[in-house]
Design a binder for this molecule. Structure first.
Ligand SMILES: [Zn+2]
Length: 206
């Protein structure tokens, strides 16, 4: 069965495994026939224990918060897109910047998508995008000139085979990036990569 890559539109061919690797952008894309429906996807997210007193969860997000503090000037305004049920990054960035929030499942607050931002956070979000090209296009339109896009996701750069990889086993993970995928995103949306860490990529709008 043939599909096109939801980022770069190259042809994807699925055999008997639920992911296909895009030859152009290097993303692993889940077969759309196996996507969860909206309600099952929501149920799955409700299982995550993402609360403001969950120390391991806050510790997990701390490296990204430090990267944001490093790159974003005080009093900037940002958007935490796909923030989940609670505003954990806001807690970690307290007294430095202000954040608006959007989450298609927990905070479908469309108003926050009608202004421009100094920075946008996609923390463990891009791997859930069914339509990454469309979502990234929309977010790019919300970034001010020189604005920053922080993408945190577990990249498959050093994963020899994703078949037994925990990240590919989560049925809500449908779009798995490598560093090459991030470079394709930069090229497609007039951004440049200014820093990479093991789990984060910082892109700046031209
Ligand atoms: Zn692609």
């Amino acid at each position: 069965m043939k599909y096109s890559c939801p980022l770069c539109k190259s042809i994807l061919t699925y055999s008997n495994y639920e992911f296909a690797r895009c030859v152009q952008c290097d993303a692993y894309v889940r077969n759309p026939m196996t996507y969860l429906n909206h309600s099952d996807e929501h149920d799955r997210y409700k299982l995550h224990k993402n609360t403001l007193d969950n120390e391991p969860y806050l510790n997990f997000l701390t490296p990204l918060s430090l990267l944001i503090r490093k790159h974003v000037p005080l009093r900037s305004i940002g958007l935490d897109f796909g923030c989940g049920p609670v505003f954990a990054m806001e807690k970690l960035l307290k007294d430095t910047v202000s954040l608006n929030h959007y989450d298609a499942f927990f905070h479908p607050n469309d108003e926050s998508l009608h202004q421009k931002y100094d920075f946008i956070i996609l923390s463990e979000v891009i791997e859930h995008f069914h339509y990454p090209q469309k979502e990234l296009q929309r977010l790019r339109g919300l970034l001010k000139s020189q604005g920053l896009l922080f993408i945190q996701t577990h990249r498959h750069d050093d994963i020899p085979s994703i078949k037994h990889w925990y990240y590919a086993k989560d049925p809500t993970h449908v779009f798995l990036c490598s560093l090459k995928t991030c470079q394709v995103i930069a090229d497609m949306f007039d951004l440049k990569i200014i820093e990479t860490t093991n789990r984060c990529v910082v892109l700046q709008a031209n």
